[in-house]
Write a protein that binds this ligand. Structure first.
Ligand code: ADP
Ligand code: MG
Length: 278
C-alpha cells in the first residue's frame, strides 16, 4: 500500500531523516518513537507533503506521491490527514464548524467564506462527533473543551476528509493520562473499524507498545528498529533512545498503564509507578 523508499531530508548540514525505508503492506497502526530531534516529525511532514523531501520516494497504491504537484498535492493531503499536538482548532469557533472545516479543501472559496455547509456534511460531522463520544459538545466553542476533547474534535475534522491514512504528530503529548488514553483508543478504533492506516509519533514507549501493531524507532534521522511491540525489548529501547546513563524507561513512560494496571495484557512488568506527568 504505502512504500517509503530511501526518503531523506536535509536542513543545511543536518540530515533530519536519513534514507528511511518503510513498507506498509496492509492497514495497521504504527508508532514512531525516538528522542526529540530524531526526525519523527520531519518524516510525517514529508509523508503529508508539508515538507519537501530532499531525495527518495513515497509510493501509495502505486502512485508516486513525491512527484505530485499543485492540486494533486492537496488531494493527497486530504487522503493523508494530519493531527497535531496542539490540536490546531479555531478556538472561538464552535465544534461542529471546526469539524466541517475538514471538508474545506473540496469546497468553493465563496461557500467556505460564508460557512455555508451542506446539510449532509453537517449530519456527517455530528455522526463522527457521536462516534468519538463528544456530540453533546457540538454547539460549544472549541476553546471551552478540555484538551482531550479538543484532540477528539481534531480527529473528527480529519475523519471528515475520509482519509486513507491518519498521521498524528505527538497527539497525546499535551494531555493528561486519562485523556491520552481516550485519544489513543479513538485512533486505534479508527484503524480497526475503518481499516485506515494510522501512523503516530509518540514520545513514550509504553503507549507505542500498548496501542500499535508495529513500532518504528528512530535515532539521529535513521530507522534503527522496526518490529512488533514484543520485539521492542529494553535493550532495543536503550539503543533507540541512546544507551547512556540518562536512559530510564520511566522517563519515556506516561501514566497510561498505571491507570488500569490490573487489566488483562497490560504491558511489561517491573515498571515503577510513574510519578511524572507528561
Ligand atoms: N525547519 C527546520 N529547519 C532546520 N532544521 C530542522 C527543521 N525541522 C527540523 N529540523 C532539524 O531536523 C532534526 C529532526 O527534527 P524533527 O523531525 O523535528 O525531530 P523529532 O520530531 O523527532 O523531534 C533536528 O535536528 C531538527 O533540529
Ligand atoms: Mg517532533
Amino acid at each position: 500500500m504505502l512504500s517509503i523508499d530511501h526518503l531523506t531530508k536535509s536542513f543545511g548540514r543536518t540530515i533530519a531523516v536519513d534514507a528511511a525505508r518503510i513498507e506498509i503492506a496492509q492497514p495497521m497502526m504504527i508508532g514512531i518513537i525516538g528522542r526529540s530531534g530524531a526526525g519523527k516529525s520531519t518524516l510525517l511532514r514529508m509523508l503529508n507533503r508539508l515538507t519537501t523531501h530532499s531525495s527518495g520516494r513515497i509510493l501509495f497504491e502505486g502512485r508516486d506521491i513525491t512527484a505530485l504537484k499543485g492540486a494533486a498535492v492537496r488531494g493527497w493531503q486530504a487522503d493523508c490527514a494530519m493531527i497535531f499536538q496542539q490540536f490546531n482548532l479555531v478556538p472561538r469557533m464552535d465544534v461542529v464548524s471546526n469539524v466541517l472545516h475538514g471538508t474545506l479543501n473540496r469546497r468553493s472559496t465563496l461557500r467556505s467564506l460564508f460557512n455555508l455547509f451542506p446539510s449532509a456534511d453537517i449530519h456527517r460531522a455530528i455522526d463522527i462527533l457521536e462516534r468519538l463520544g463528544i456530540a453533546e459538545h457540538a454547539p460549544k466553542r472549541a476553546e471551552a473543551l478540555s484538551g482531550g476533547q479538543q484532540q477528539r474534535v481534531a480527529i473528527a475534522r480529519a475523519l471528515m476528509q475520509d482519509p486513507k491514512i491518519i498521521l498524528a504528530d505527538e497527539p497525546i503529548a499535551s494531555l493528561d493520562p486519562m485523556n491520552a488514553q481516550l485519544v489513543m483508543a479513538a485512533l486505534r478504533r479508527i484503524h480497526e473499524e475503518d481499516g485506515r492506516i494510522v501512523i503516530a509519533n509518540l514520545h513514550t514507549l509504553d503507549t507505542a507498545r500498548r496501542y500499535c501493531d508495529r513500532v518504528i524507532g528512530m535515532r539521529d534521522g535513521r530507522i534503527v528498529f522496526d518490529g512488533t511491540p514484543a520485539q521492542l525489548t529494553t535493550g532495543v529501547a536503550r539503543d533507540i533512545y541512546g544507551a547512556d546513563a540518562s536512559f530510564s524507561e520511566s522517563a519515556t513512560s506516561t501514566e497510561i498503564e498505571t491507570l488500569d494496571r490490573e487489566g488483562p495484557g497490560s504491558g511489561p512488568g517491573g515498571r515503577q509507578a510513574a510519578g511524572a506527568t507528561v
